[in-house]
Design a protein around this ligand. Sequence first.
Ligand SMILES: Nc1ncnc2c1ncn2[C@@H]1O[C@H](COP(=O)(O)OP(=O)(O)OP(=O)(O)O)[C@@H](O)[C@H]1O
Length: 251
Amino acid sequence: MTEMTADIGTGSVVRAVDLHREYGRAAAVRALRGVSAAFAPGTFTAVMGPSGSGKTTLLHCLAGMDRPTRGSVRWGDAEVSRLPERRLAELRRSRVGFVFQAFNLMPAMTVAQNVELPGRLAGERSDRGRVLEALARVGLAGRERHRPGQLSGGQQQRVAIARALVSRPPVLFADEPTGALDRATGHEILALLRAGVDADRRTCVMVTHDPVAAGYADRVLLLADGLVADELHHPTAAQVGERLSRLGEGK
Ligand SMILES: Nc1ncnc2c1ncn2[C@@H]1O[C@H](COP(=O)(O)OP(=O)(O)OP(=O)(O)O)[C@@H](O)[C@H]1O
């Protein structure tokens, strides 16, 4: 397999160059083995590949939640992979949002409190107007006093998206955001992510196993064995499925 370099552009909001991430004693697991990729403003990228190919590790390194063993991650002009933890945490708040498959909401808190939580943890004064606006943008106006347990899975994921976007970061990372949802609800979430890219020029990077979900993206990066194995632009679900099965993840 030839190593490919995904579109290293200037003017990108996020850029990774030659990322390596090894885990364990004597670097026993080589999760990333030299990934380079650039993410332009207002684009939606799906990251796909067989289980264990390094998708989540790449997303965590790009989002400043994990540090590469070697290589660099830049957010605009800022080199983030070697920033001190405190500075990185500050920058992460304003530059990136993250959405998880399992929503990761606090069940005892209201919807509004969940959305406010990252800001509070960062010592910021709460801005009720911003919280309500973020909830309205994900279609949850009027739900701010509910608890997560009173909402459907799709609504809970909308709360998580509002929480990720309340600080208005230019980049949203999502790790299998529809993995815990039925297909129809998953499509609503994907349409919401797509709308944020198109209307607000946000950059979205999403890990998914689902070729239909990848059809919402402008580009698909296919990882295999810790490397970018292929890159597809505006592919159909059928094309994505076919490439995946060639990489060993048949659908
Ligand atoms: N904290 C860790 N410690 C040790 N090994 C890890 C750690 N995190 C990931 N790995 C290993 O790194 C490799 C890549 O894992 P990663 O979770 O990035 O893959 P993935 O493509 O997201 O997989 P999946 O589709 O199954 O979620 C795997 O071999 C995994 O076991």
